[in-house]
Write a protein that binds this ligand. Structure first.
Ligand code: ATP
Length: 337
């Protein structure tokens, strides 16, 4: 088994259980790099053959040589990119699954928007200044705070009042789209040039998803309940089947466009974060150019991967299978960034 020469490694967080389990299923040995105190799940669920402890994710480059000696291939996820920063990830010497050059395009909201628009996708309007606000908007802050402090505003006056505590933060004012937020997970193989839908999820966010449990009458009298969008978990969704052709085309379009922006383009797992309106319009408010935590409910596969593979196929396992296929056909370089 050619893959035995290599190990799959990732940071113990986000979707590491799935990535490491998937690597085991495909015959790889595995390594979890854990911040002290975070190693228990990886021991409990027996997915890591080895655990390397670090004090902070910023220390990751210091253990690189260890990983290189072990012939490890890093599979990145959001925690990896968020905690280290894409510039630091770009400098890594250890084998890395995916195209690092695309990270810049997903890390900057303006570049990301350009990418989505160039791909012909519908994106929410953005207001450059408060003066023009003529509809409900969501004000989002940049950085790794994860939806904390976001607020809704209906006009300039409302915005100016609510932005006061956050004057020093960088933010974006985006049209608020009323509809169902849907996250579609894709996988694009740079070996076969095929796109796959791996699954869909909706998120459960605190406190916005629990506000509906408090009646409007009580919300009005309570002094201050602002919605926040702090992710708590993910719920699997099977999307209405007639949406699938459009979702597949949208996946194709972002992959095609990425080839122009950061050759050889986006490959591996990615996610389009959308809102579907009652008029059946699909707005994309974000793209994640790597595995998303919304794939975690599908450790045993989703309805879509079951149709295609007829065996349990998580996104983590799909990544390991791609790496294995690349090793077997002497194309490993093609899947490393
Ligand atoms: P990041 O990956 O940068 O942490 P995120 O994936 O959490 O960001 P955000 O863009 O920060 O996504 O949005 C957080 C949540 O806010 C979404 O899950 C969604 O519920 C809601 N949301 C975001 N943009 C809009 C919008 N334009 N209209 C309506 N709701 C939105």
């Amino acid at each position: 088994m050619a893959q035995l020469k290599y190990k799959i490694a990732t940071i113990g967080s986000h979707s590491a259980l799935q990535i490491l389990k998937g690597a085991h299923d495909e015959g790889f040995a595995t390594i979890a790099i854990c911040k002290k105190g975070f190693e228990r799940p990886y021991k409990m669920f027996n997915v890591a053959d080895e655990i390397i402890n670090i004090n902070s994710y910023h220390n990751f480059p210091k253990i690189q040589n260890q990983l290189i000696k072990k012939n490890a291939i890093i599979v990145p996820h959001a925690s990896f990119v968020t905690y280290m920063g894409y510039e630091e990830v770009e400098q890594l010497k250890v084998m890395y699954y995916g195209n690092k050059k695309i990270l810049k395009w997903e890390s900057d909201r303006n570049l990301e928007r350009q990418w989505l628009k160039n791909a012909g996708l519908k994106v929410p309007l953005v207001f450059n200044k408060a003066k023009g606000i003529d509809r409900l908007v969501i004000v989002k802050f940049m950085g790794a705070e994860g939806g904390r402090g976001y607020f809704l505003a209906k006009d300039e006056k409302d915005f100016n009042k609510k932005i006061k505590p956050y004057k020093l933060r960088k933010y974006v004012i985006q049209e608020y789209i009323i509809g169902v937020p849907l996250f579609t997970h894709y996988f694009y193989s740079s070996l076969t040039n095929e796109i796959e839908i791996m699954g869909c999820d909706i998120r459960y966010e605190s406190n916005v998803d629990s506000l509906g449990r408090i009646s409007a009458r009580d919300q009005i009298v309570l002094p201050k309940i602002d919605p926040s969008y702090v992710i708590v978990g993910n719920i699997p969704v099977t999307v209405r089947e007639s949406f699938l052709p459009r979702l597949i085309e949208m996946g194709d379009a972002v992959v095609k466009e990425s080839g122009k922006l950061a050759p050889p383009g986006l490959f591996g797992p990615f996610c389009l974060e959308t809102i579907l309106t009652p008029e059946e319009e699909i707005y994309v408010f974000e793209i994640s150019a790597r595995i998303v935590a919304g794939t975690n409910p599908f450790i045993d596969g989703s309805p879509y991967t079951w149709l295609k593979y007829k065996e349990p196929m998580s996104t983590g396992r799909r990544i390991a299978r791609e790496i294995k296929m690349a090793i077997k056909t002497n194309q490993l370089k093609k899947v490393l960034g």
